[in-house]
Design a protein around this ligand. Structure first.
Ligand SMILES: C[S@@+](CC[C@H](N)C(=O)[O-])C[C@H]1O[C@@H](n2cnc3c(N)ncnc32)[C@H](O)[C@@H]1O
Length: 228
């Protein structure tokens, strides 16, 4: 736990440069966001948002009035995310919440949504978690609480990692090293929670990138059985 806090603490400043974003992981976030099929004005909760690498893509997909609520436990990652928001002038469309995902209060998210939208019931239209649920140890509880922030009929997208397959298996040691460096459990396959909790199996969409190392799964999920 202490190592994880250090990794996303002092390491936050270098995350965008050292995380393999351009050569590898950007492809996953692009795929995961595309699978959400967002509409103008949608509100997206970005769980474990880190330094905010999803924000530009999410704001573009929901333009001109869509909003993003970024949730993360690390103050240092959130500080980098806030710098990005300030630099890009996204203050009217992005709010950051510091919280452990396993203790996230849907009321906190609802309050941020209402503030940004200037009213409404505070429920989000979509949920995105990129490379976060494999790092979050209490992922079932985090997933349960994240779903509680959603309106009925909302879509969710989980993008995460597994060992590559086929020809790309030769890159497995590198993939495992990347995951270990980031504190991710490469065997977690968190998208299975989404496949399990999809309202309708026919709503599930799945794509793989980088030889199967990155998996993006999206589906319509039910929030009705989760207490707010
Ligand atoms: C590998 S980074 C991914 C960041 C971002 N989603 C991205 O795609 O670049 C994992 C993030 O999960 C956050 N995290 C880890 N455990 C968490 C928890 N229990 N609750 C909230 N955030 C957590 C870390 O602080 C870190 O920012």
């Amino acid at each position: 736990m202490a190592a994880l806090m250090r990794r996303y603490g002092v390491g936050a400043r270098w995350y965008d440069v050292l995380s393999g974003e351009r050569p590898v992981y950007r492809a996953g976030r692009q795929a995961g966001i595309a699978l959400l099929a967002l509409s103008p004005g949608d509100c997206v909760v970005d769980l474990g948002c880190g330094t905010g690498l999803n924000f530009a893509l999410l704001l573009e997909a929901t333009a001109p009035s869509g909003i993003v609520i970024g949730v993360d436990r690390s103050p240092d990652m959130l500080a980098m995310a806030q710098r990005r928001v300030d630099r890009e002038g996204w203050g009217g469309r992005v709010r950051l919440i510091r919280a452990d995902a396993a203790e996230l209060l849907s009321e906190a998210v609802a309050q941020a949504v209402i503030e940004l939208r200037g009213g409404g019931d505070g429920r989000a239209d979509a949920l995105l978690a990129t490379y976060a649920l494999s790092v979050i140890t209490e992922r079932e509880e985090a997933w349960r609480r994240a779903r509680a922030t959603l309106r009925p009929g909302a879509r969710a997208s989980i993008v995460d990692m597994q060992p590559p397959h086929g020809f790309w298996r030769v890159l497995s040691p590198l993939a495992r090293l990347a995951c270990a460096t980031g504190g991710a459990d490469i065997s977690a396959r968190p998208w299975r929670m989404l496949e399990r909790d999809a309202v309708d199996p026919s709503s599930v969409r799945r794509v793989e990138r980088k030889g199967g190392h990155i998996v993006a799964v999206a589906a319509t999920v039910s929030a009705s059985d989760v207490p707010r």
